[in-house]
Design a protein around this ligand. Sequence first.
Ligand SMILES: Cc1cc2nc3c(=O)[nH]c(=O)nc-3n(C[C@H](O)[C@H](O)[C@H](O)COP(=O)(O)O)c2cc1C
Length: 216
Amino acid sequence: MELGDAVRTAVTTRRFKPDAVPDELLARALDYGRFAPQGGNRQPVRFVVVRDPEHRRQLQEWYLVPWKAYIGAALEGGIDIGSTHATGLLRNADHMAEHFGEAPAIVVVCAELAGLHPTDTELGRLSIVGGGSVYPAVQNFILGCREVGLGAALTTLLCIYEPQVKELLKIPDGVATAAHVVVGFRERPFPSALDRKPLGEIAFDGTWGAPFLGER
Ligand SMILES: Cc1cc2nc3c(=O)[nH]c(=O)nc-3n(C[C@H](O)[C@H](O)[C@H](O)COP(=O)(O)O)c2cc1C
């Protein structure tokens, strides 16, 4: 598969077939995660592939708590969904939440805290760099899933249950949970393109606001 095709069509999958995911496919996608850039090449990212049905059921029970709070706030207008397809997004996301543990695999992406080196903690705002050594690996993994024909949903709501998840999965001290990627075969075919802003709105030429040419 061409890289551009994978990038343009790696949509968030929230409806999965019950079919098990072959180890070889997961391994190929995880291997892509391995090659992501990480600050100082310290390689702090770890992946825990959760397939045990009882563990998945427990993860679903925990996921539903922040999800129900989130969807409640979203429906009351307290959260900006930022999508032209907000209703469909919430419906699919609610479906995934209600069936979270039925997806064949949930990949918990972890990071060894000692291997992270955020450079923006003194700015008096939320650190963005903190996750910089983690999420490229998550995206590489998701693109790997796309290449092998697996759907994936990047989620972070469950991170609020980090202490419980760590105990359940025997994740050691000094390691944080960064994402829970739900993985499986899609119910429907992949779309031909994702719903994203045009390049002219997000890429600037020289100074903020001057649209970069070559809009596609
Ligand atoms: C940092 C991050 C956290 C996310 N957390 C969740 C989540 O907890 N639950 C969920 O259903 N989707 C989650 N998403 C998926 C986004 O909703 C999705 O990427 C976005 O709506 C674009 O959707 P698309 O891939 O269908 O175009 C998350 C995405 C990112 C990048």
